[in-house]
Design a protein around this ligand. Structure first.
Ligand SMILES: *Cc1c(COP(=O)(O)O)cnc(C)c1O
Length: 342
């Protein structure tokens, strides 16, 4: 059944973004973070297209996300490591764990789990064993593919970045790891020192711009498109939507769209967002509802019930309009939208 809401996904933009980040990664391999269902786009669709472009290293958060990818012949790492209840799936070989804690390392050793990745904490204090624990031999004898760390402030010019980079550099040659990895999307823009052997961009693949250096090269990937459910004309002085947040000052042509905050079109777009058809800009009127949003179609009065409009969703601008992060704008995109790759 066709949905009244769809996400138009630009496959060429996605693969161009990966190729640009791959070039910026220099001699390092460039992977892809595809957790949270490929940042909302649909993980399998993303992995198929990036694998076709040459990407070989993918990162998910959980074993359910790894299993959902199926066997695409690429390397998959599970960032949250292994709980006891994950061990049957982990041992089946669908992916390798990124071991984060002393307990996870003991569990993996005891099970003779084989190849793994390891997260070391270099100052973010989120996941990972400490640099000191590595020095004490915690990883001795483990079969490690990638020893990684994660930057806390890569989207800012913070002295923490260089400190974290130096801390990981200090571990080179100190473990049996084949590769070191540090940079997310923003980290790639910090320079060659940050690339190590493997980079792990997410956001910028999908059109997000976490640092100014990336602004010129990241292409827009995701455009929500919503169908018009009803047309009406507001008389001057009439208001629209919950809490009557918009009042017409002149007769106003209106279309009611099949999209709302339950689809990830957040309330922050109320009286702020816009849709588009051709060159016509169609501003959001009043409050975004759960399933519906009103727009002004004075600039395209020919629009009728059943017609489609594109929602303005350039991530940096949409984030500043809505007060949401670019990450939230992607991962919030709801299950009701049909994902259409072009
Ligand atoms: C999500 C994530 C990434 C990707 O980060 P972006 O900011 O989206 O590029 C890389 N590494 C780890 C460990 C992550 O959790």
């Amino acid at each position: 059944m066709s949905a009244p809401l769809r996400l138009r996904l630009d496959a060429a933009a996605l693969t161009d973004n990966w190729r640009a980040l791959d070039r910026m990664s220099g001699a390092a391999a460039c992977g892809a973070a595809v957790k949270a269902n490929g940042y909302g786009l649909g993980a399998r669709g993303v992995v198929e297209r990036l694998a076709g472009a040459g990407c070989r290293d993918f990162f998910v958060a959980t074993w359910a996300e790894a299993a959902a990818l199926g066997d695409l012949g690429v390397g998959v790492s599970v960032l949250h490591g292994v709980r006891e209840e994950d061990m049957p799936t982990a041992r089946s070989g669908v992916a390798r764990p990124v071991l984060n804690t002393v307990t996870q390392i003991a569990r993996w050793r005891e099970a003779d789990g084989g190849r793994c990745d390891v997260m070391v904490d270099t100052g973010m204090n989120r996941l990972g064993i400490s640099v000191e624990e590595v020095g004490q031999g915690l990883l001795d004898g483990l079969e490690i593919d990638t020893l990684m760390s994660h930057l806390a402030c890569a989207d800012e010019d913070s002295p923490a970045n260089a400190r974290q980079c130096a801390a990981l550099q200090g571990l080179r040659g100190r473990t049996g790891a084949k590769r070191l990895s540090l940079a997310n999307s923003a980290g790639i823009a910090l320079g060659a020192d940050y690339a190590f052997d493997l980079t792990r961009p997410g956001l910028a693949l999908y059109g997000g711009v976490p640092r100014g250096e990336l602004a010129g090269m990241v292409r827009h990937v995701v455009t929500p498109e919503a169908q018009i459910l009803q047309r009406r004309t507001l008389a001057s002085g009439e208001s629209i939507g919950y809490n009557a947040l918009y009042t017409a000052t002149a007769p106003t042509e209106v279309a009611i769209l099949n999209i709302g905050y339950a689809d990830g079109y957040w309330r922050g777009f109320s009286n702020a967002g816009a849709a588009r058809v051709g060159d016509a800009v169609l501003p959001v009127l009043g409050r975004v509802s759960m399933d519906l949003t009103a727009i002004c179609v004075d600039a395209a009065p020919e629009l009728a019930e059943g017609d489609w409009v594109a929602i303005d969703y350039a991530l940096p601008h949409a984030a500043s309009l809505s007060g949401m992060s670019q990450y939230e704008l992607l991962t919030g995109l709801g299950a009701r939208a049909e994902r259409i790759w072009a």
